[in-house]
Design a protein around this ligand. Structure first.
Ligand code: NAD
Length: 403
């Protein structure tokens, strides 16, 4: 193909992407109403098990959620639905990130508890289909990826608001091999997409009496997309000055270093970031908290929300027969976020306390990821004993006062 034709093909591809993004902007502009869970009877919780260790740890998380919501289940106010088919085998068979009938079932529910799913890459045994997560975030417009990280013994209480539907990921499977020498990917920031996540971070700070929101970008180098994100963070910060919230900005490279700096890190509170930086920084933060197996995340949109672990399907644990030793705390933390999101903040708080007491303080039963530690089932039973223990609040006080 001559240079002229090569450029024409690239231009057509780019034009198609721009058209789609402009359509997406119109959709965002049209969506103003948030779902009101109090008006739903029943609230439908869909459970997608996923792949690898997801098949096991999602069962433990469901057991905990069903226990916490036992009264509402009995009264018909909450219903659980098993959604089959979000497995790598089925996705590969259909050649789709989320098979159509699975997506239909997901959309019938209000919130989703999701086990980690395997995402193939070139050279794997599976066809190179798109990530189920990226597809679900896009299809359900789950624009906010909210990830709390707490290390009470160091006074660390962070919450990350990662933009979930734009940045380097939204067109991650739509890049272009222009010719045999040139590959180009695309990164997207829209006014509406950046504004809604930044506003959510500020609202969270306001509602929780926090005085600092930190935007993390690389706006000095990635001037257009990160530049817009940075500009909007400053603009929205002006609206919240009266609430005593300060805004600052850090570049992603130094921010990854600062999270390791004991002298500075506890001062960060709320962080808001474009997609890729959020993905990387939250894994680092989860590792500081005690490993990716301890961290949960919420993917929130105006109509649907999905709750999951921050880690993946850990296929090596399965092939080595260690899946029963996987730590379910990540998905149980996500379940606590789910409880808070659908209107049970007190129960979410209790579950979080029990997780901290079991995982960080008492530590009577712990997983090690292998047979030197407890199984996920044993850890779940230990946790449920603490959730129901009348001494929970006293133990919590003992833990936090000893910091
Ligand atoms: P991973 O997060 O699956 O696992 C990396 C390692 O972390 C594991 O080998 C294990 O040692 C440890 N680990 C993870 N979770 C654990 C737990 N609950 N308990 C104990 N140890 C745990 O990362 P990976 O190997 O890079 O990814 C595997 C697959 O998962 C890939 O296909 C990837 O695309 C996918 N993935 C899915 C999601 C998701 O569904 N949200 C997120 C990340 C990765």
């Amino acid at each position: 193909m001559g240079t002229k034709n090569t450029i024409k093909k690239a231009k057509d591809h780019f034009a198609q992407l721009i058209e789609e993004q402009l359509e997406r902007i119109e959709m965002m502009k049209a969506q103003t109403e948030w779902i009101d869970y109090r008006s739903l009877k029943p609230i439908l919780i869909g459970v997608c098990r996923g792949d690898g260790i997801g098949r096991i740890i999602s069962k433990h998380a469901q057991r905990v959620l069903e226990h916490m919501l036992r009264k509402e289940r009995a009264d018909g106010l909450v219903e659980f639905r098993d959604i089959e088919g979000l497995t790598i085998e089925n996705r590969a068979r259909c050649g789709k990130a989320i098979p159509d009938e699975v997506l239909d079932e997901i959309k019938k529910c209000h919130v989703i508890l999701k086990g980690p799913t395997t995402t193939p890459q070139e050279g794997d045994e599976w066809p190179n289909i798109e990530s189920a997560n990226v597809a679900m975030r896009r299809e359900l417009d789950l624009f906010a990826n909210v990830r709390p990280v707490k290390i009470p013994r160091e006074g660390i209480d962070w919450i990350f608001f990662r933009e979930n539907t734009e940045g380097a990921y939204v067109l991650g499977s739509r890049g272009l091999d222009v010719n045999e020498d040139l590959s180009i990917d695309f990164k997207v920031t829209t006014e509406q997409g950046a504004e809604r996540i930044i506003r959510m971070a500020f609202e969270y700070a306001k509602q929780n009496g926090l005085g600092r929101v930190t935007a993390v970008t690389k706006a000095n180098v990635v001037k257009t997309t990160d530049g817009r994100f940075s500009r909007l963070a400053k603009k929205i910060a002006d609206e919240y000055k009266g609430c005593g919230i300060k805004q600052d900005e850090w570049y992603i490279d130094i921010m990854t270093a600062k999270l390791l700096d004991p002298a500075r890190r506890k001062d960060f509170q709320v962080m808001v970031l474009p997609n890729l930086y959020g993905d990387i920084l939250t894994d680092e933060a989860a590792q500081l908290q005690g490993g990716v197996g301890t961290a949960g995340s919420a993917n929130i949109g105006k109509r649907w929300a999905m709750f999951e672990a921050v880690h993946g399907s850990a296929p090596r644990m399965v092939t080595e027969g260690r899946d029963i030793y996987a730590d379910p705390s990540s998905m149980i933390r996500a379940s606590a976020m789910l409880l808070g999101h659908i209107g049970f903040p007190e129960r979410a708080k209790h579950l979080d306390m029990a997780l901290e007491i079991c995982g960080q303080f008492e530590k009577k039963i712990v997983t090690t990821g292998r047979d030197t530690g407890a199984t996920g089932e044993e850890v779940t039973s230990y946790l449920l004993d603490w959730v129901d223990n009348p001494d929970l609040e006293n133990k919590w006080q003992e833990y936090t006062e000893g910091q």
